[in-house]
Design a protein. Structure first.
Length: 545
């Protein structure tokens, strides 16, 4: 017997409709490419998203066609999120930081029909246009008619203006109702090895993920929040904030392309931002700016951090000096992305300081809806004792089951688990801690050393701006940790003093064998340190020295 409750599909259009009807005056503030501030609200933007759906129809697009976006966080990108997905098309957000050849590859792989592009990316479009003629019929610039760039596109590829399309369309459009499992958006993983792979989110997965990130121990948003997603809308849907914030009726403050400490501080203060989300590098940049300028960010109550392990120093600085609680979360493109967040409990708040901060280092408990486990040799499940480390597996309604173009379920094992590629421990309180990417682990004499733990300690050194640990080949121990550091501006790093900072913080045999000082580290398109390049360059360093 089925329950007798309404069977309403979970569709993305419902979030913007809800916000417009119940929280119409909540704002969407965007810092545009030219640096000016644009203000609108949900009541005004919702009809525009329907107008956009109509405009896409008039371009001849049909259900599940892909519309690519190359854009910063702004109200127009938000309109695309809803106008495209809400009408049954697939919003394919493309990371402009990828190499042009990779961008062309994923546009062709996704067979995008239309590209919607911020003005900043006109040169990129010019460079790749010849390579995307197989699928792209039109390039739409997200601007007013008078701002249109003059580009020579190949035959069969129209150059269009977003605001002209909008002006020519009407709002007499009703959101269609369809199966909630329909694909809604597509995002390619950054691909540190091999070609990027597409993760295809559904309406259902997107709505459930956004609702779960609104739990109090995750991002805990409310109608009083003014949320500034620094995480880009071009990577994993800005951690779901374009959906989760409208759901609660909060305001969205879109920082555009200006993500340096000074720009963020100004926007936070001007727009009274209460919550923001970003990767550790962003918060480090903000922290450095605040400390050197003496400015404050007193409206901020919470900062969501993920994408890489959040160094303890960042949590302590924001909490002690700026009164902002740091929420340490973990996830990946394949998990929509948020799958865990470190929830404080009565017991954890009573821990003494060293234990308390060890607890805070962790990436936390699975959000309700997600299951996690760790496995060792032969796939045997390992105990949750905070010590045993193994491959981290996850499953749940917002975890990918396959990559775009592959059979549903093809990325899972026979019990439906997805192997994350991360190595982790889980403690008796359910708190998971990522110790490494599996391909980055250091196996010294058969024992694992956590590169993340060593990196987090290195960046506590006052002269170190960024640190990476790689496995270097060693004649006796197979692999030993090699520390590669970048000095802060105007500072000189004394390797011995960096090694001294590990004293008493780690087992002696974890101490890096050498410290290399370099001017900069290679990064992936999502801002992570590109360890493969480092290993290729430095893996024989200990043999040669
Ligand atoms: P992406 O798919 O590009 O978002 O990258 C996902 C990967 O980032 C994960 O598999 C982890 O290796 C890493 N990651 C994400 N969040 C964290 C975190 N809080 N701590 C450590 N690593 C993280």
């Amino acid at each position: 017997m089925f329950g007798l409750m309404q069977d309403q599909p979970l569709l993305i259009s419902s979030a913007i409709r809800h916000a417009a009807r119940n929280h119409g005056k909540a704002e969407i503030v965007s810092k545009l490419v030219d640096g000016t501030i644009h203000r609108t609200n949900y009541a005004a933007i919702e009809p525009r998203t329907r107008r956009l759906a109509r405009a896409m129809q008039r371009l001849g697009l049909q259900a599940t066609d892909r519309v690519g976006t190359l854009a910063w966080n702004s109200y127009r990108h938000l309109e695309l999120y809803y106008g495209v997905s809400g009408s049954g098309l697939i919003c394919h957000t493309i990371n402009p930081r990828l190499a042009p050849a990779d961008i062309a590859f994923i546009i062709n792989h996704a067979t995008d029909r239309v590209l919607c592009v911020d003005l900043t990316f006109a040169p990129l479009i010019q460079a790749i246009a010849e390579h995307i003629t197989a699928s792209i019929r039109a390039v739409v610039f997200l601007c007013e008619p008078h701002e249109m760039p003059s580009l020579a596109l190949p035959a069969g590829m129209d150059l269009l203006c977003y605001e002209t399309l909008m002006a020519d369309a009407d709002e007499d459009y009703t959101w269609p109702v369809f199966d909630e499992r329909t694909a809604a958006s597509l995002c390619y993983t950054s691909g540190t090895t091999g070609r990027p792979k597409g993760v295809l989110y559904s309406h259902r997965s997107t709505i459930l993920h956004a609702m779960a990130t609104n739990f109090p121990d995750a991002f805990g948003l409310s109608a009083r929040d003014r949320v500034m997603p620094v995480v880009p809308m071009f990577h994993v849907n800005a951690w779901g904030t374009p959906y989760s914030v409208p759901m609660v009726g909060g305001s969205l403050i879109m920082p555009g392309r200006h993500l340096d400490g000074a720009s963020l501080t100004a926007l936070i203060n001007d727009e009274r931002v209460t919550m923001s989300a970003g990767v550790p590098t962003i918060w480090l940049g903000l922290l450095n700016h605040l400390r050197s300028s003496g400015q404050r960010i007193d409206t901020i109550k919470r900062l969501g951090v993920g994408g890489s392990a959040c160094p303890r120093m960042i949590m302590q600085a924001f909490e002690r000096e700026y009164g902002a609680t740091v929420v340490h979360a973990w996830g990946m493109s394949e998990t929509s992305p948020v799958a865990s967040a470190n929830a404080e409990t009565e017991a954890s708040q009573a821990l003494d300081q060293p234990e308390y901060w060890r607890m805070r280092d962790k990436q936390g408990q699975a959000l309700y809806g997600v299951e996690m486990k760790i496995t060792g040799n032969g796939g045997v499940e390992l105990p949750w004792d905070g010590v045993a480390q193994g491959d981290l597996l996850v499953r749940g309604p917002w975890v990918a089951s396959a990559y775009f173009g592959n059979e549903a379920g093809s990325a899972l094992d026979t019990e439906g688990w997805f192997a994350t590629g991360d190595v982790a421990t889980i403690d008796a309180d359910g708190r998971m801690e990522v110790t490494d990417r599996s391909k980055d682990v250091i196996k010294s004499g058969g024992e694992w050393i956590s590169s993340i733990a060593l990196e987090n300690i290195a960046i506590e050194h006052p002269d170190v701006a960024e640190a990476a640990i790689i496995a270097a080949t060693h004649p006796k121990w197979d692999e030993r940790p090699l520390l590669i550091v970048v000095p802060r501006a105007g500072r000189v790093i004394d390797p011995a003093s960096v090694l001294a900072i590990y004293e008493g913080k780690i087992a002696k045999w974890w101490l890096p064998d050498a410290v290399l000082v370099v001017e900069e580290l290679p990064h992936t398109a999502t801002g992570k340190i590109h360890k493969l390049t480092l290993r290729q360059r430095f893996k024989d360093h200990l043999l040669s020295s």
